[in-house]
Write a protein that binds this ligand. Sequence first.
Ligand code: UGB
Length: 444
Amino acid sequence: MMRLMEAELFPSTPGKVKIERAHTINRQFNRCFASTSTMFLWALFLIALTASYLSFQSFVDTSSRYFNASWGGMHWEKQIRASATVRRPGGMSVLVTGAAGFVGTHVSLALRKRGDGVVGLDNFNSYYDPSLKKAREALLESHGVFVVEGDIDDARLLAKLFDVVPFTHVMHLAAQAGVRYAIENPASYVHSNIAGLVTLLEACKSADPQPAVVWASSSSVYGLNEKAPFSEADPTDRPASLYAATKKAGEEITHTYNHIYGLSITGLRFFTVYGPWGRPDMAYFSFTRNILQGKPITVYRGKNRVDLARDFTFIDDIVKGCVASLDTAEKSTGSGGRKGSPAQYRIYNLGNTSPVTVPALVGILERHLKVKAKKNVVEMPGNGDVPFTHANISLARAELGYKPTTNLETGLKKFVRWYLSYYGYSPRSGGSAAEATTGSAKSL
Ligand SMILES: O=C(O)[C@H]1O[C@H](OP(=O)(O)OP(=O)(O)OC[C@H]2O[C@@H](n3ccc(=O)[nH]c3=O)[C@H](O)[C@@H]2O)[C@H](O)[C@@H](O)[C@H]1O
């Protein structure tokens, strides 16, 4: 044993050492080679593992994006097709943008009730209480109108919608509304009223068939004009707010798409629309809330103590104007993104033709609510308001058969009735509306 160890440590023949060494090196080399190839295999295995992990991750990402998206999928498409189904001879299939909004809800219902196909689109933003928009959506769904949750500035979504349904008409009511809010959030007006409008028109011009487009402009485009009543042919180059400027820009932008691509366009200049399911940011609505809650209201007054006045227009009259516009809209003439012949381009005032001052509006509300308002009268701040609006509706009357029938007294009565039923009113209390709203079912 000792000799063996010695022989290994101190070999007796030099030649033997060489051979032994060579064997040892060989063995070591083989061992080394074997471990390198094992390492190589391990490395390959690790690379493959990493690659499959990464691709699995991206699959998970993509599918979670797909599954989390508020639109897409076979069930979604089925709902859209069902909602777009026309149920009367010669009916239309209409994409209504801003469908969960005030005017959008009413127009969608009117179309659906007479048998047209209606698909809504709304981004349910939080400019005002989204729960009111959700309640309007529930109302629409109970009548078979499906509302897609999405933004008009989402080109992929719009392309998909036109892919699923060959809409004959688009009723474009989605917008950033409100005159004075533009001071606080100017970007939201650019996003919806400019960028969103262009994205929508791009989708319309590329659609096959191209739909006819009816959209909401605004009385605010008349800006600081003094000649009354306001007519469509009057200049509209003195906007008083960014809101008005974006609506005026919308009129120019739609004209371009009409001129280049043959889109049939009808712009409707709405005059201070009010009524049930209305917008909480508007004066008649917020005044009602404050009066009922015993809170003060701020009433703006113009220069030289002149009262401000608006041509308040009841929602049912506006709906008739919208539907008549859809019914009389000619087809767009383009296809494949190219214009055919010149297409229809129209603009109409939809007002009431009888302006009412803001203090008179408050007086009507006080009577309907049976509560006296606590008024703070202040000079109109320079934040976008105009002193008065007054529509000349001759053109709409002649070409659309538009004829408003509801005065402010009657319209506000209907609004107050809706307000009390929506926010909570127990007729058994027998008290005033103010008492009845304590413990209201919904909050504002
Ligand atoms: O026709 C339109 O194109 C626009 O109509 C509507 O704007 P406006 O006519 O300004 O309505 P609205 O805010 O109800 O104020 C009414 C009056 O109350 C006064 N007002 C308002 C608030 C207040 O606290 N106090 C007050 O006196 C105020 O000075 C004004 O004199 C839509 O909101 C707008 O989106 C757009 O559609």
